[in-house]
Design a protein around this ligand. Structure first.
Ligand code: HEM
Length: 465
């Protein structure tokens, strides 16, 4: 019966190919695309993260959008992000072609915007020894120095401006930048207005703006880049950006905005919902530390609640809310859906940090207690946690008084800037020392700019070996 076997084989092959075709068309759900444009016209130009969050409620953990034919896959639960970006990282670690930010502006030199190749992996291997837990503890003397300086600077400005409030963003930025510049380049920043920092910030702001998915048409249609300069205004813009001075390295870049902005959101949470958690944190600090010395790293095992506040800050207002785009060059299947080859894959940060199966209920509110059951600490907190503990120990915080109206600034906890890193709209905050004893300790601790940081750095590098 060779004829029958042949017939069966043909039928089986036919069925398999129909099945594969079905599977291939079984894209994850998403908003209905228009011909040619796909979802390009629906992709929001502002508050993308909030739109993606709302869409994820409607379309589920894995969503598909077409950006003029370019597949964009959005992962909106912890499970989906972990399954693909972490467990299948070999397949998902590439980066999409970012013509504007990655090629024209940074010429393939920025780690977050370049392909995942040997060069990239070499970079990762070079960074790894600086980012593990052992290194993190070797940086403690520097963190101690910068967080002491932070208290001193805030107290100093408060004594001058009183209820008008201090420019806390500036103080956080100086402290975080000074720490990372000291580790990376060997010098500290005294005022936070140094030219090197100003240049670095400008470059970083441009990177954030030009690196957003959908920000430039040429990113969706790379062939547009063959147009002559006269018809391609982005080329002139890229040239100007490329000519601006930059000393940023990935590590400085990675720490600068992220840690500062997390501390800014911590102050927003303090002002808008602190009545629920600040008193608890401060009475713990009074009990463990007292008011006659600064909190130190040795106190940390007894200050789990402060760690929880740091983690909750990152969850409540994720700083890199839209994630950094990943890219997959081969097709894949997940939850029965077809993930096409050459998809841009984004972790939907605002949705993931509101994943009730991981974080429990009431996800829009700032509730540090949700972290206490789960010892989930990681060293992203390394630079912020000491600053947070010391700020809570040192000050009572309220929104500053607007000199024009005589009223305190209204602080809206959803009011934020656009861009890769999401900053709260800035305002001044009154930061009153918690009594004379606290004030005396900060003044006695004094400025740290007279410390020999080169000696501290060489001690740090000896300890890392
Ligand atoms: C609030 C603090 C921080 C946040 C929110 C943050 C967020 C992120 C995100 C979203 C990425 C992209 C991950 C991806 O590929 O999907 C990233 C990458 C990276 N971050 Fe951070 N980061 C923070 C602090 C730091 C610090 C303190 C350092 C080191 C000093 C650092 C070093 C890096 C490096 C080296 C990468 C590239 C990793 C790689 O591709 O191998 N980050 N960060």
């Amino acid at each position: 019966m060779p004829g029958l076997s042949l017939l069966l084989a043909v039928v089986a092959l036919g069925l398999i190919s129909i099945f594969l075709r079905r599977l291939r068309h079984n894209l994850p759900p998403g908003p209905k695309p228009a011909p040619l444009l796909g979802n390009l016209h629906q992709h929001p130009k502002s508050l993308q993260w909030l739109h993606l969050y709302h869409w994820s409620k409607k379309y589920g953990p894995v969503m598909h959008l077409s950006m003029g034919g370019q597949p964009l896959v959005i992962l909106s639960t912890h499970q989906a992000a972990h399954d693909l970006l972490s467990k299948r990282s070999v397949r998902y670690s590439d980066r999409p072609r970012m013509v504007m930010a990655g090629e024209l502006v940074t010429k393939g030199m920025h780690m977050l915007l370049r392909p995942y190749d040997e060069w990239y992996r070499l970079h990762q291997r070079m960074e790894a020894p600086h980012l593990n837990l052992r290194s993190a503890s070797a940086y403690r003397p520097l963190q101690d120095m910068e967080s002491r300086q932070l208290l001193f600077d805030v107290l100093h400005e408060y004594s001058e401006v009183g209820a008008k409030g201090v420019d806390f963003h500036h103080h956080f930025e100086r402290a975080m930048a000074s720490f990372i510049y000291c580790v990376n380049y060997g010098y500290r920043l005294k005022t936070g207005y140094e030219q090197e920092l100003m240049d670095g910030k400008r470059v970083q702001a441009e990177f954030a703006r030009t690196g957003q998915v959908g920000a430039y048409l040429v990113d969706s249609f790379p062939s547009l880049n063959y147009l002559p300069k006269a018809l391609a205004p982005w080329k002139k813009e890229a040239e100007e950006l490329r000519n601006s001075p930059s000393i940023l390295g990935i590590l400085a870049d990675a720490n600068l905005d992220t840690s500062t902005v997390a501390l800014d959101w911590f102050i927003v949470a303090w002002i808008t919902s602190g009545s629920r958690w600040v008193a608890k944190a401060q009475s713990l600090l009074d009990e463990v530390v007292g008011r006659d010395r600064l909190p130190t790293f040795e106190d940390r095992p007894k200050l789990a609640y402060i760690d929880a506040i740091a983690s909750e800050t990152l969850r409540w207002r994720p700083v890199v809310v839209g994630g950094v785009p990943h890219f997959t060059m081969t097709e894949d299947t997940y939850m029965g859906y077809h993930i096409p080859a050459n998809s841009i894959v984004l972790a939907n940060g605002f949705a993931i940090t509101r994943d009730e199966s991981v974080f429990g209920g009431d996800v829009d509110n700032f509730i540090p207690e949700r972290w206490l059951a789960d010892e989930n600490g990681h060293n992203m907190n390394m630079n912020k946690e000491p600053a947070m503990a010391r700020m809570l120990w040192a000050f009572d915080v309220e929104a500053g008084v607007d000199e024009k109206t005589g009223q305190r600034h209204k602080v809206d906890d959803m009011d934020c800037t656009e861009g890769f890193v999401k900053l709260p709209k800035l305002f001044r905050a009154e930061m009153r020392p918690r009594g004379q004893r606290v004030r005396d300790v900060i003044l006695r601790s004094g400025t740290t700019h007279d410390i020999d940081h080169a000696e501290v750095l060489s001690r740090t590098s000896r300890e890392r070996r």
